[in-house]
Design a protein. Structure first.
Length: 322
């Protein structure tokens, strides 16, 4: 099904309303925090985050495999803060690292055995990354469906919905660059978008992953694409053509791929100082997605930053990640 041409009857805020309804924050509502009550692991992890970050905590987002019902994985969270973060929770050097190359990534475990990997970002920086970043690291993640575990107030809820709508806009606008001058289906557009952004990072998932994600939530992806299309300006004299189909910028994705690989390595190096057992987690995640595992030596386990590079090169040559 091709996207319909834009019409004046569709308001520009439809995309935000669609996302707000999906995540339970329609019209700036704070939401019920039902997930925290229904899932004991999420509830206990949130309680620990609340203690750690106190009043600076503005929102907690759940994304990734756990939102799709997969339970054999580490829970992925984004923690958004505003105002002064307690120094005990975030030492000064880590604050500096988060400004230079966001996000900081940490692991959190609680007494019940629940564990999560969470990315920490100030809310204002999160807004800026989704709206302005050249690289797709942030907007590619949050153009996809996520779930809200906690939001502090209605004002934050409104900002969050705008953030996620901007992520979709950026994702689809950038994905459309370089596509053939024709009207693709919403599914084809999203598959192209996801496959392009996957290539901009070191990822262990197979090339089929983009299609699987779109197919799993097909109706919602179609709605997002249609709402985005409705916002685009008409192409004069040809209402059936794809909006902005002839837009330039074919160099952007190759540039993102080169820049993204370097950023991936830099983030892995930074995570070695903030993420407990990060080396073991990385090997587990690579094996989970690719089925390929290489046993590290004791020296590589103890000092991965110094000695694990030959192991990663071998994994790369075996096709464990790209």
């Amino acid at each position: 099904m091709a996207l319909p041409p834009p019409t004046d009857s569709v308001p520009s805020f439809e995309l935000a309303n669609l996302i707000g309804a999906r995540i339970g924050l329609a019209e700036g509502a704070v939401g019920s925090m039902a997930l925290l009550e229904q899932d004991e692991d999420l509830g206990t992890l949130f309680a620990a985050l609340r203690v750690r970050y106190g009043d600076s905590l503005r929102a907690v987002l759940l994304y990734g495999s756990y939102t799709r019902g997969e339970r054999d994985t580490l829970i992925d969270l984004y923690v958004l803060t505003e105002g002064p973060v307690p120094t005990a929770a975030l030492p000064h050097w880590q604050r500096f690292a988060n400004r230079i190359l966001a996000p900081n990534v940490y692991q959190l475990g609680v007494a019940t055995g629940a564990r999560c990997k969470y990315a920490l970002v100030p809310l204002a920086a999160f807004e800026r990354h989704l709206r302005e970043d050249f690289h797709s690291y942030f907007w590619a993640r949050f153009a996809q469906p996520c779930q809200v575990l906690y939001v502090a107030d209605a004002g934050t809820a409104t900002r969050l919905v705008v953030c996620l709508a901007n992520a979709v806009r950026r994702m689809l606008t950038e994905a459309q660059r370089g596509m053939p001058h024709c009207a693709p289906t919403p599914q084809a557009l999203w598959q192209h978008a996801l496959s392009q952004t996957y290539r901009c990072e070191l990822r262990a998932e197979s090339g089929l992953r983009a299609g699987q994600l779109v197919e799993r939530d097909h109706a919602y992806f179609v709605q997002l694409a249609q709402a985005w299309s409705a916002e685009q300006p008409r192409v004069e004299g040809n209402r059936s053509s794809w909006p902005l189909a002839a837009s330039p910028g074919g160099w952007r994705w190759p540039a993102r791929r080169l820049w993204g690989k370097a950023l991936s390595v830099a983030r892995l190096l930074k995570a070695a100082f903030t993420f407990n057992d990060g080396f073991e987690y990385l090997l587990w995640k690579i094996e989970r997605h690719s089925g390929i595992y290489v046993e590290p030596t004791p020296l590589q386990r103890r000092w991965p930053l110094l000695f694990a590079w030959p192991l990663f090169w071998r994994l790369y040559r075996l096709g464990a990640f790209r």
